[in-house]
Design a protein around this ligand. Structure first.
Ligand code: SF4
Ligand code: SF4
Length: 185
C-alpha cells in the first residue's frame, strides 16, 4: 500500500531528479544498461524499463518491483550508459523512496538484511558479521542457516564474537541523521 497522491505521481520524474540529480528523461531506451546488468535475469523489470517508467511517471510499478531490491549497485549500467545517467544512484533513491512511501517490498528478505546490516553499523560504525548473521537467520526463521560455517570462520579470525567499534562513533550518527534529513519532504 502506498500513500502517493496524484500530484506526487505526476511529479515522480522530477522528484527522482531532485533527489538523485539524475534526469531520467535523457534516457533513449538504448538498452545498454540492461544488456550489461549481471542481475537482470532475476529482475522483474529491466533497468531500462525502470528508466522508462520514471519517464512516464509510473511510481507504483517501479517502487513495487523486485529490481530495486535486487540491484547490487555494481554501476555496470552507469558506466555503459551513453547518456551518462547514473542509474545505480537512481536505484538507490528508488529503494529509499519505496521504504518512505511504505511500498510492500517485492524482496522482503533483502529489505530485512539491509535493515539489520544498517542497525549493526549504526551501533558500532562498522558491520558486526556475527550479529548480522544470527539476527538475519532468526528474522527469516532459518536459525541454523550457514551455522556450519561459523566454527571455521571463527578459527580463521574471519568472525569476531564482540565486534569492533570505530573511535568516532558520533560521526557515524551524524551520517545517519543527514541521511534522514535528505528524505524529509
Ligand atoms: S547497478 Fe544495479 S541495475 Fe546497474 S548493472 Fe549493477 S545490478 Fe544492474
Ligand atoms: S543505457 Fe542509458 S540511455 Fe540506454 S537505456 Fe539505459 S539508461 Fe537509457
Amino acid at each position: 500500500m502506498s500513500f502517493l497522491n496524484s500530484e506526487e505521481i505526476h511529479s515522480f520524474r522530477n522528484r527522482i531528479l531532485s533527489l538523485s540529480g539524475e534526469d531520467a528523461s535523457r534516457c533513449t531506451q538504448c538498452g545498454k544498461c540492461s544488456g550489461g546488468c549481471p542481475i537482470s535475469p532475476e529482475m522483474d523489470q529491466q533497468p531500462n524499463q525502470v528508466l522508462r517508467m520514471i519517464q512516464i511517471n509510473d511510481p507504483r510499478t517501479v517502487l513495487s518491483s523486485s529490481t530495486i531490491w535486487l540491484c547490487a549497485s555494481c554501476r555496470t549500467c552507469s558506466v555503459r550508459c551513453p547518456e551518462e545517467i547514473e542509474i545505480a544512484k537512481i536505484m538507490d533513491v528508488l529503494r529509499k523512496l519505496a521504504v518512505q512511501e511504505k511500498f510492500s517490498p517485492a524482496e522482503k528478505q533483502v529489505v530485512k538484511f539491509n535493515e539489520i546490516f544498517l542497525d549493526t553499523v549504526r551501533k558500532r560504525g562498522r558491520v558486526h558479521e556475527l550479529e548480522l548473521m544470527i539476527r538475519y537467520n532468526l528474522a527469516i526463521r532459518r536459525p541454523f542457516k550457514d551455522a556450519h560455517l561459523g566454527p571455521s570462520m571463527l578459527a580463521r579470525g574471519k568472525l569476531s564474537i564482540l565486534g569492533q567499534k570505530v573511535k568516532k562513533l558520533s560521526q557515524v550518527g551524524e551520517i545517519f541523521q543527514k541521511s534522514k534529513r535528505f528524505f524529509k519532504p
